[in-house]
Design a protein around this ligand. Sequence first.
Ligand code: FEO
Ligand code: CA
Ligand code: CA
Ligand code: CA
Length: 627
Amino acid sequence: MPKDFDAMENSNQSLNPNIHEVSALRRALLKTGAVLPMLSLSACAGLTFSGEKKLGFKGISASAADRIRVPEGYVTQVLAPWGEAVGIAGNMPAFKEDASNSAEEQAAQMGMHHDGMHFYPLEKNRGLLVQNHEYVDDGLLHPDGMANWNLDKVRKSQAAHGLSVIEIEQKGDRWQMVRPSRYARRVTANTPHRVAGPAAGHALMRTAADPEGKTILGTFNNCASGITPWGTYLSGEENFRFYFAKEGTLTPHEQRWGLTKKAFFGWGPTDARFDVDKNPNEFNRSGWIVELDPYDPTSTPVKRTAMGRAAHEGATVALTKDRRAVVYSGEDARFEYIYKFVSRDAVREGGAKANADLLDHGTLFVARFDADGTGRWLPLTHGQHGLDAARGFADQGEVVIKARQASDHLGGTKMDRPEWLAVDVDTLTVFCSLTNNTARGGAGVPGVDAANPRAKNNMGSVIRWREKGDLDATTFTWDHLVLAGDPANSRAEAKGNIKGDVFPCPDGLCFDKRGVLWIQTDAFASELNKGEFVNMGNNQMLACDPTSGEIRRFLTGPVNCEITGATFSADGCTMFINVQHPGETPAERSDPKAPDRYSTWPHGVKGQRPRSATVVIRKTDGGLIGT
Ligand code: FEO
Ligand code: CA
Ligand code: CA
Ligand code: CA
């Protein structure tokens, strides 16, 4: 989001100990388990494959150019930009370049600000692309931007949020949208969602419009995503606090979740759902992980509350050896936490229907990274370790609704904005990007710790941990894969230790089938190409061989975009990524009179609005991406 969002949430004023301190809980836990020896994670093995070199392409230079650049031997194609009709039969409105499409039309078109995304195969050369539309730039979304703000504009903004499902087809070496498609759909900030898990029907989830607390309208600020082994899509509701406002005195609970008097998105004055003075519990109904079955276009999306409420970046799923689901999720806010959910039951045969409640039963944990290179998963379970009524947790529903307060009490480690996670199931190693935290070490906030070792951390890092035994482990060993930055910087905290091409602010992470870790970046538009970022160019995507630690630049994006949303076709020969907010302004919102001020991507036409879009990446010889 714009620079303003670097005034990123910092509502963790809890006094839970830094990892240098030993809490009563830690002493109790240490008594029950031996202290683990430090394990060298740089010896990540198990991802070897017939002597093939993992990074087979020639790295490219950093760039400030307003276009996509990829290595020699690769080609790209733009697919499904903001405003393109998704392909609902009988409802395929054309995009209007002056942004004059109505809210109703927008609800049948690709949303804005493409983010997390997954490919779901269909028969032959077809597949579904399911993706998040994280937020909107109201300066670009309406012909006159924020001027004359009214309910129609709110509705269009809500319609440009949420998820989209499109069908795509490969024709030769190109991909195209299939329209109409029976699968095509949009989920917006007004689509009904079912609530499942321990917070379903909870008193804190009930509103005048939904007295049962089991149906929530909409999902928004959907950031990263996950794919389940049973074929559904998971989406993290991230910075939901920017949509709600409360004029009255904030409760400690509302303060802890960063509620403010004025919302960045101006929905509240015209849509009372977002006015917390009028609807106090509505604020509790966001910040969940949403599950969608893209293969069933009539399915109702579900908010899965057992995985906890958080500013969820995304949700990354892997399986234990006995096939229980393990879902990792970071909370992208300053000094917030990393979570893991372990399902009670094993995944059943029979797809989405057979696993309709799999994510409703299990144990939620928060991570604590200790200074000796070991770590603990602390259970957010009602009745254990003081998570009881006396401390404000009446039941498990209240524990998950107040997951931050529960994690404060347990002593989770306050991280530098955890973003995407990726799991190497062969080595039981989990990677998490910690994008940045420029507040670290400042007045009145936590100082550095072993896992978050840099003050005024504007460059970010990728941390990794190896689970002890299986992915349901309660202990792990950890280190950093890389501290991002540029060795040419004079400030020690901004240098990093990258083996290879320099980059700032890792965000998107994913493994391909060969075990290459793809890293996507999201540095602020206000910081790119100057100061400590001067040598690192526009936001980009790099490939990392996690065995050697080598990192090589694969793609550079257009001006002021972020690169996000990596996924692959079933054969691994097409990679799909998203270019989010090309031409983002360092100010709050774009000027509708000068929408092309920073970028004209992807069309290259002066005067027209830049548009977030999916990008198809292929090798000219048709081979595997990255070879
Ligand atoms: Fe939506 Fe944390 O990026
Ligand atoms: Ca961004
Ligand atoms: Ca992100
Ligand atoms: Ca980000």
